[in-house]
Design a protein around this ligand. Structure first.
Ligand SMILES: Cc1cc2nc3c(=O)[nH]c(=O)nc-3n(C[C@H](O)[C@H](O)[C@H](O)COP(=O)(O)O)c2cc1C
Length: 204
């Protein structure tokens, strides 16, 4: 079993990376493989609604010049997803959102039914609004949302300060425990048969 963790901070060893590392270490201690992929500092495009991904298939975005398709490729062999983002102006950072929207639109079948969790990292405020935003795609992809003993928030401003948030770090470890428990509980179990989708766009 493998969990893919997306680190949405441009700061390579920043607080989001520290929070995700706490989850990774705990998962590995329970025999679950875990990989952190940082989105880095290069530009990422937003979705342009060209729908070429739907026309061509293959779980790929038509734009191949950023990390979106690399993440999709890794998700093909992962059983669960964790997305961590620093909070910028009360929301996940813009690059994270651009990537998430293209990942889910271009390769939904790689994400569907896989457990997921969001983590927000901030100096002081806006983390719950950021978590709400990050959880939105999970909830329409039949992804069981994994929770912890508190909202998945870690506090810190300068790089490294997250380690001082001992409750936040514990929240990350509990999240990892719950993720490991769920993955083991559902391993090999089929999902319920689903009705064909009935899209209704409110336009007649
Ligand atoms: C553009 C920008 C906007 C920010 N907005 C917020 C905010 O709304 N609330 C907050 O508490 N911290 C805010 N911060 C602080 C970061 O969330 C904080 O430094 C966090 O630790 C960064 O995580 P990182 O080290 O993983 O990059 C902001 C930082 C930047 C660069």
């Amino acid at each position: 079993m493998k969990v893919l963790l997306i680190c949405g901070s441009p700061r390579r060893e920043g607080n989001t990376f520290i929070a995700l590392s706490e989850i990774k270490n705990r998962l590995e201690s329970q025999g679950i493989e875990a990989e952190i992929v940082s989105i880095g500092t290069k530009p990422a495009r937003g979705c342009i609604a060209c729908a070429q991904c739907k026309a061509k298939g293959g779980n790929r975005c038509v734009f191949d010049d950023d990390i979106c398709n690399r993440i999709n490729e890794k998700m093909a062999s992962a059983d669960a997803l964790v997305v961590g983002s620093p909070v910028y102006y009360g929301q996940p950072n813009g690059t994270v959102l651009s990537l998430l929207q293209r990942m889910f639109y271009s390769a939904g079948e790689l994400y569907r039914n896989k457990p997921a969790a969001a983590v927000a990292v901030c100096r002081r405020g806006g983390a719950t609004a950021a978590l709400q935003t990050l959880n939105m795609p999970f909830q329409i992809m039949n992804m069981p949302v994994v929770t912890s003993q508190y909202w998945n928030i870690v506090y810190g401003r300068e790089e490294g300060q997250a380690r001082l948030d001992t409750e936040g770090m514990q929240t990350m470890r509990t999240l990892a425990d719950n993720m490991a428990y769920l993955l083991k509980a559902i391993d090999g179990k089929p999902w319920p048969e689903r009705e064909p989708s009935q899209p209704m766009h409110f336009i007649r």
